[in-house]
Design a binder for this molecule. Sequence first.
Ligand SMILES: NC(=O)c1ccc[n+]([C@@H]2O[C@H](COP(=O)([O-])OP(=O)(O)OC[C@H]3O[C@@H](n4cnc5c(N)ncnc54)[C@H](O)[C@@H]3O)[C@@H](O)[C@H]2O)c1
Ligand SMILES: [Zn+2]
Length: 429
Amino acid sequence: MKFVDYSEASSQDFLQSLDRRAVPSARVREVVAGIIEQVRSQGDAALIELTQKFDGADLSGGLLVTAEEWAAAEAATEERTKEAIAASLRNITFFAKKSQRQDWSDHNEQGVQVGERFVPFERVGCYVPGGKAPLVSTALMTAGFAKAAGVREIVAATPCGPDGTVNAALLYALKAAGVTEVLKVGGAQGVAALALGTESIAPVQKLVGPGNSYVVEAKRQLIGAISIDLLPGPSEIMVLADDSARADFVAADLLGQAEHGPDSVVGLVTPSRNLLEAVLLEIDKQAQSLSRGDYLRQVLADGAFAIVVPDLSVGVQVVNAFSPEHLSLVVEDEESWLPRILTASAIYVGSLSPVAVGDFLAGPSHTLPTGGSGKSFSGLRADQFQRRISVVRMDADSVARSVEAVEEFARVEGLDAHGQSVRIRVSGD
Ligand SMILES: NC(=O)c1ccc[n+]([C@@H]2O[C@H](COP(=O)([O-])OP(=O)(O)OC[C@H]3O[C@@H](n4cnc5c(N)ncnc54)[C@H](O)[C@@H]3O)[C@@H](O)[C@H]2O)c1
Ligand SMILES: [Zn+2]
C-alpha cells in the first residue's frame, strides 16, 4: 500500500494525480480501433477469429446461446441462487420504477402546450463482463433496468470460456432479467458486434454495461452508431473515515473491493493515524481466513493507497478531486458531511453499509462511472433506456402571442420564411 501524508511537500505530485480525467491510453485506442474495423468489414468471421485469439474458444458452430443451452442453465442453477437473483431483481425493479421519467404536459408563457413523452428503446445491448469472474449480478444490474423501463429486445454480449460455454448461473440471471439473445463474444469485438450488427446479430440502439479498458474504449469509439450509458471500467472504492470508524469493517470493505483484481482501485482517506494502523492490522488478520487472502493482500500491497489528511474538510476535497466509483463515508455526524460529497457515484453512509450490498442487492445499479468519469457521468438508471420526445401543440391564441418574438428571431437570423410560417397562421391577417 502506498502511504501519503497530505501535509508533506513530497506527496503533492501523487495528490495531484488523484484529480483524474477519463482519457484512454493511445495503445488501447489503437487496438480497439483495429478490432472495430475488423468486425465492421468481416462480421461473424471476425468474431470467430477474435474469440479464438482472446478467449481460446471455437465458436464456428454458432455465436449465440441456443435454446438447449438456456434450458440446461436453468436446470443447473441451484434453487438458492435463483432466490437470490429474484430478490435482487425485485429491488432493482422497485428502484428503477422510482427513477423512471413520467410524461408531462403544461403551458408556456404564450399559452403553447409543451410537454415530454418517454418511450423505451426497442432494442438495447448489455455488456456483461466475464473475463475474470462470471458477473451474475451485472446481468441484473444492466438488463434488469432495461426490462423495468419496458425494452422488448435486450441483447447481452459476454465472453465464453475456452469450451465455448457461458456460466450457467450467469445465463439463468440473464434470462431472469429479461435478456432475449446472448452473444458469446466479449471484449471490444462483442461491443462492436452489438453496435454495428453482423450476419448473426442485428444492431442495437443503445449499449450499456461495464467492462475492462478494451470494452469501455470500444463503447466510447462507437458513440454515434449507438448511444451509451457511461464509462464503467475497473472497480474502485474510497473510504473516508475518522476515529469513529471500526477498523475491522473498513478493512473488510477494502479486501472486498480488492477482489475485483489488480486493476481495481482501493483508497483510504483519514485524519486518523490510529485508524490507519488498525485497518492495516485487520487486513492482515482477515486475509488469513479468506480463500484468496494472499492474492488480496498482494493486490492491496501493489495497488492500494492511504492518505492521512489534516482534517475531514481536506479529506472531502481529496474525495471530490478523485471522484471514486464507491465512497464509504464513515465519520461522526455523517449527515452534515454527506451533502459535501459531490463527485462520488455511489455513497455508502455509515459503518453498517457495506459496498457489497450495493454490488448485489440494494437496488441502485452497480454499473457506475470510474476513472474520474464520475465528474461528468452518473450511474446507470432506468431513464437511460427511455427515448425522450418533446411535444408542442398550439391554438390561435398561442400562435398570436408567439408571432412577434418569432419574427424578431427570423429577422436577426435572416430566415424570413420561418417568420412567414407563423404569421400565416395568425387569424385576421
Ligand atoms: N464500474 C462498474 O460498474 C463495474 C461493474 C462490474 C465490473 N466492473 C469491471 O469490469 C471489468 C471486467 O473485466 P474482465 O477483464 O474481467 O472482463 P471483460 O469481459 O470486460 O473483458 C474480457 C475480454 O477482454 C478482451 N481482452 C482481454 N485482453 C485483451 C487484449 N490484450 N487485447 C484486446 N482484448 C482483450 C477479451 O476479448 C476478453 O473476452 C473489471 O475491471 C471490473 O472491475 C466494473
Ligand atoms: Zn464490488
